[in-house]
Ligand binder design. Structure first.
Ligand code: HEM
Length: 416
């Protein structure tokens, strides 16, 4: 870190997008881990209050586990509103009904209703379909690009996770592209290439919800063996999910299952391409794929942070956090904390144990889809390396512009 940056740290806005143009600002986080809790103004959102940055492994785990002091209600983002103008419809009024934005006891009731569908064992039931989807997506990409020069994000990454979760939810495969478009337009709110203005977020909701609503009504009349029907029929203590709750589950799973797994897969593959020794360790089978997946998720957590809100005044790492203050739990920093990992900036598939925070720092909101994601990533790496003897970079990659979604916008590769 250069000296002027150190001097400016107090004034720094960690959410300033210019810091993120080449990916998470790891140098900044390294500095922040060695000082009292840092507060940033939210420069790009002048109507909003700022936020504290929780950056050490230990603090992230402590905050994540204390849901009474650090609430998940309202928003997982550091903003409280994504309305285009004050008084306009606000997408966060809707997403405030998701599982991830609830506190116990309501959170626990909702999670219990769906947890059984996402155990590692249940995920295994989908292994054959996942392999089939991966190969279908590569078939299509190669049909469109017979020379093997594809964009790993846009031709492959977009489709595998959305078809996997779509299949589980009972969405026809031909609708995958449409769902990818909706989920991109509801989550990439900092990237003008996907969301030219905030009103676009609301337009995407307006298209997405009638689609899901139709599907729910159809399943209510004609139940099938898909997850959507299971949500409609799920019961805990005699209670069922409301129509609105099922709808929000559907939305959360599409977004959480989509953005995340493609981000980790594409970024992890890039790390392998950038380091032939690591690629060889994976190709040769010297390291179990389960272990490779953990390093993918540690080194490239799909969500840079999740937000909490303090429910009472509390002291944390030298700061007086007040009731109502926002805190960003920076998983991108916890996963590089030198107190938790040896040589944390080195991508090493041999790392074991690897107690990373890529699926959250523990606590009630720990990723519901971790079992599915781990399996999906393992099969995706396996099928990819089995199918292609060579897998190489083929031009400049571009980052998605975001402080929340840690992912690439475009990644040209040559398959052979
Ligand atoms: C590699 C892929 C994935 C990563 C890195 C990831 C990461 C995360 C993280 C960081 C959280 C928040 C944890 C917290 O706040 O404590 C989360 C929550 C969640 N994830 Fe994932 N996720 C992935 C894949 C998936 C998949 C495939 C699904 C489902 C289809 C999914 C569904 C969810 C849900 C529903 C929650 C909310 C859980 C709750 O609030 O209790 N995720 N995930």
């Amino acid at each position: 870190m250069n000296p002027s940056m150190t001097a400016d740290l107090a004034e720094l806005d960690v959410s300033d997008l210019s810091l993120w143009k080449d990916g998470p600002p790891h140098e900044v986080f390294r500095e922040l881990r060695n000082q009292d809790l840092h507060f940033s103004a939210l420069g790009d959102f002048p109507r909003e209050t700022g936020f504290w940055s929780v950056v050490t492994y230990e603090d992230i785990a402590a905050v994540g586990r204390d849901h009474e002091t650090f609430s998940s209600e309202r928003s997982i983002l550091v903003v409280d509103s994504l309305a285009a103008e004050p008084g306009d419809p606000d997408p966060l009024d809707i997403s405030a009904h998701m599982l991830i934005t609830q506190d116990p006891p309501r959170h626990d009731r909702l999670k219990a209703l769906v947890q059984h569908a996402f155990t590692p064992k249940t995920s295994l039931d989908h292994a054959d379909r996942i392999r089939e989807i991966i190969n279908l997506v590569y078939d299509k990409a190669l049909e469109e690009h017979p020379d093997g020069r594809i964009d790993l994000v846009r031709d492959v990454g977009f489709f595998v996770p959305s078809m996997v979760i779509g299949d589980m939810l009972g969405v026809p495969r031909e609708d995958a592209e449409q769902l990818v478009d909706w989920t991109n337009r509801t989550s990439a709110f900092e990237d003008p290439r996907l969301v030219p203005d905030l009103a676009e977020l609301w337009r995407a909701f307006e298209e997405f919800f009638p689609y899901v609503d139709n599907m729910l009504r159809e399943r209510e009349k004609n139940p099938t063996d898909d997850l959507t029907t299971a949500f409609i029929e799920a019961e805990v203590d005699g209670e069922r999910l409301s129509h609105q709750e099922v709808l929000m589950f559907f939305f959360l799973l599409m977004v959480a299952g989509n953005d995340s797994t493609r981000a980790v897969f594409t970024s992890g593959m890039k790390s392998l391409m950038d380091d032939p020794e690591q690629m060889e360790l994976v190709r040769s089978g010297a390291v179990p794929l389960e272990q490779v997946v953990e390093e993918f998720v540690r080194y490239h957590p799909a969500f840079a942070y999740m937000r909490r809100t303090a429910t009472r005044d509390v002291e944390l790492s030298g700061a007086e956090v007040k009731a109502g203050d926002k805190l960003a739990l920076w998983y991108v920093s916890g996963n590089r904390d030198e107190k938790a990992f040896d040589n944390p900036d080195y991508f090493d598939v041999r790392r074991d144990p690897n107690p990373h925070q890529g699926f959250g720092g523990g606590g009630r909101h720990f990723c519901l889809g971790a079992g599915l994601a781990r399996l999906e990533l393992k099969l995706w790496i396996e099928e990819t390396l089995k199918r292609f003897d060579s897998f190489e970079p083929d031009g400049e990659c571009e980052r998605l512009s975001s402080t929340f979604l840690n992912q690439w916008y475009s990644m040209p590769v040559k398959l052979g």
